[in-house]
Design a binder for this molecule. Structure first.
Ligand code: ADP
Ligand code: MG
Length: 327
């Protein structure tokens, strides 16, 4: 059963930011196989939204539908205020898509790839050159600009791919698995790029198989499994679905330990190790409440650790099985 942690409809008066992408009941089948089984999404403008799921979950299919590359068998969606069914050209004009597989032509240089995009967007030649130079600089590709793209590293190709996506100045960007296959350093560089896009006010829908990536980048996460959204919320909200979060406090002396146990009556005691364990979802507020109670009793812990469930555990809780495709 889908778990909606927070209301996802925009009519509740709680969410005030305009909606960049909304989808209701998206369905898609190939032959007799259902690939999307009623997908609902709402992405506020200016936010990062992660569609998280294993291989074959339907992530690319969702991105292809929302970017008008394929049509859904059922459901409705609006992107940048345009209805997918009645105004696909309006959708295409507002978005940029970086596919799971690169759009970079390896036989020509990075700069030529960029200029080609500028031509596709009908930019005047001078403007095309200006935008190209600016984006190549921004993505640290100026030195390699005149080299054939097939000589680029994986990280450079991804950066060029995103730079090409930005030529038309899209307000909404779909990034399909932008870091899959990248080494850790290139992955971090890509995360930084995505954060900067959002600072510029761009809305990002990214798909990922990496729980950590969704956790670090996304304002909201939808977990997709077998063509269905099985959970949706902030990383913190999703983590709260999983029991087991706690704050662990260790004391060096029995007196402080006893006083603390009196102050924190909900704690589990380990009298031998002088350790108290307090259940907690891991939020700053909950942590502060624990510390405040210790403070009022005039006690200080010698060691404090916070255990927050990670998204692997969330996936297990939502789908009832481990997410083995992740590693
Ligand atoms: N054109 C197609 N024809 C038949 N099956 C497809 C096609 N495209 C995708 N599928 C199937 O749909 C399912 C979801 O694919 P996809 O959206 O690519 O998942 P993801 O991107 O999450 O890995 C997979 O089982 C895949 O084999
Ligand atoms: Mg895919």
């Amino acid at each position: 059963m889908p778990v909606s942690v927070m209301p996802t409809s925009s009519g509740d008066g709680v969410t005030s930011s305009p909606t960049a992408v909304s989808a209701v009941g998206l369905r898609k089948s190939y032959g007799g196989t259902t690939v999307l089984d009623g997908v609902d999404l709402r992405i506020p403008s200016g936010s990062v939204f992660a569609l998280l799921g294993p291989n074959g979950a339907g992530k690319t299919t969702t991105v292809k539908i929302l970017s008008t590359l394929i049509t859904a068998d059922g459901g409705r969606a609006r992107v940048a205020g345009h209805d997918l069914a009645t105004s696909p050209a309006g959708v295409r004009a507002a978005i940029g898509v970086t596919g799971q597989f690169s759009a970079v032509d390896g036989l020509i240089t990075g700069e030529e790839n960029m200029l080609l995009m500028a031509d596709l967007h009908h930019l005047p030649r001078r403007e095309g050159r200006r935008v190209t130079a600016e984006l190549l600089e921004r993505f640290d590709l100026t030195a390699a600009a005149r080299k054939p793209a097939q000589s680029y590293s994986g990280g450079m190709v991804r950066r060029l791919d995103i730079a090409m996506t930005l030529v038309g100045g899209p307000r909404i960007i779909f990034l399909d698995e932008p870091t899959t296959g990248l080494d850790p350093r290139s992955r971090r560089a890509m995360w930084q790029i995505i954060r900067e896009l959002v600072t510029d006010g761009v809305t990002v829908l990214l798909t990922t198989q990496y729980l950590e990536e969704a956790d670090r980048l996304a304002d909201r996460i939808a977990v997709l499994n077998n063509g269905r959204i099985v959970g949706e919320g902030t990383a913190e909200e999703l983590k709260r679905l999983v029991p087991g979060g706690h704050v662990r406090l260790r004391f060096s002396g029995p007196a402080a330990y006893r006083d603390a146990a009196d102050a924190l009556r909900d704690a589990t005691r380990d009298d031998e190790a002088l350790v108290l364990t307090v259940p907690s979802g891991g939020s700053q507020r909950e942590l502060r409440s624990v510390l405040d109670r210790l403070d009022s009793a005039g006690i200080e812990a010698d060691e404090l650790t916070v255990h927050t469930p990670d998204l692997d555990e969330v996936f297990l809780a939502l789908t009832g099985r481990p997410e083995e495709a992740v590693r």
